[in-house]
Design a binder for this molecule. Structure first.
Ligand code: UTP
Length: 289
């Protein structure tokens, strides 16, 4: 069955990027001239998916405003005959059918995904973490959906990280299948040193079968007293196996300060309007470092 729906989790508190995320959702922090979550919605749309649910929470209404129409602004741009900006602004509200639901308390990513149960129904669906931007010429969401099509199993986007990082992420038990594909039969969230299964971790994307909802409903609270999606996927991996895709793409974690800076520098260096000036500025700065 083709993947036609996506859920973007954007209800977390973003404590690692305070105070920026106090009144502005971390998913709305900008990379050059676009909020992070717009890059994610664009990735979903260019993967052929047009039905999207964004899980938000209190204080995150700017996400809805961003993807809504903005008639006043559109009129001003029309009057100014600025068709480039007009088209750009109009496109944001026309890109996809976006639905919203609120996670009432930040009880973990698993709980956030559970909020999308009725939206998803009995279909496979893509999950994207609202603070993970992945740059790639072939959208990573599409790389994962294609793998789901081929194997009919849950799919996770994975990358090797350092030993220090894996303790803050999740760790996968992997068996090589071919190319960049691995069979996953076990996983653990935030492992201790002696629990590390491999240095492969899930980074920001997965495609899940609808069975995940009943598994989530049966999963008890895990690390940090939160309902962990990893704990439910672990059960899925142990029952049916899952496929890990060592995806092609560069990931930027907008949930931490350095990630935000890396994303801004690298996207600015490729930006049509400012790349030349920014490059000259950087070269000058670097001289004095
Ligand atoms: P994170 O663990 O990075 O988000 O979750 P967080 O809890 O906001 O981070 P810190 O530790 O406080 O800085 C990954 C994704 O899952 C979403 C987040 O919004 C983020 O996009 N999430 C997390 C939810 O939607 N609900 C939650 O309860 C937790």
């Amino acid at each position: 069955m083709k993947v036609k729906k996506a859920v973007i989790a954007a209800a977390g508190l973003g404590t690692r990027v305070l105070p920026a995320s106090k009144a502005v959702p971390k998913e709305m922090l900008n990379i050059v001239d676009k909020p992070a979550i717009q890059y994610i919605v664009e990735e979903v749309v260019s993967s052929g998916i047009e039905e999207i649910m964004i899980v938000t929470s209190r204080g995150k209404t700017t996400i809805e405003d961003h993807f809504d129409k903005s008639p006043e602004l559109e009129n001003v741009l029309l009057k100014k005959e600025d068709s480039t900006k007009y088209d750009q602004i109009l496109k944001i509200s026309d890109m996809a059918n976006i639905y919203y639901i609120r996670q009432k308390e930040a009880r973990g990513l698993g709980d956030a995904i559970l909020c999308a149960k009725s939206f998803v129904g009995n279909e496979p669906f893509a999950v994207l973490y609202g603070d993970d931007i992945i740059k790639s010429s072939n959208p990573v969401c599409k790389q994962l959906c294609d793998t789901y099509d081929e194997f009919g199993l849950g799919v996770v986007g994975i990358k090797e990280v350092t030993r220090e990082q894996i303790k803050k992420y999740s760790s996968m038990k992997v068996d090589f299948v071919r190319d960049n594909l691995f069979k996953i039969t076990d996983m653990i969230e935030k492992p201790n040193d002696d629990q590390i299964l491999s240095l492969y971790s899930i980074l920001g994307r997965c495609v899940l079968p609808p069975e995940i909802f009943s598994i989530l409903e049966d999963t008890s609270l895990g690390y940090g007293g939160e309902l962990q999606l990893t704990d439910a996927m672990k059960k899925l991996a142990q029952i049916n196996g899952m496929i890990g895709v060592d995806f092609i793409g560069t990931r930027y974690d907008m949930g931490n300060k350095l990630g935000i800076m890396y994303a801004n520098v690298e996207f600015a260096l490729e930006h049509d309007e400012i790349s030349e000036d920014f490059k000259a500025y950087l070269k000058n700065i670097v001289k004095n470092l």
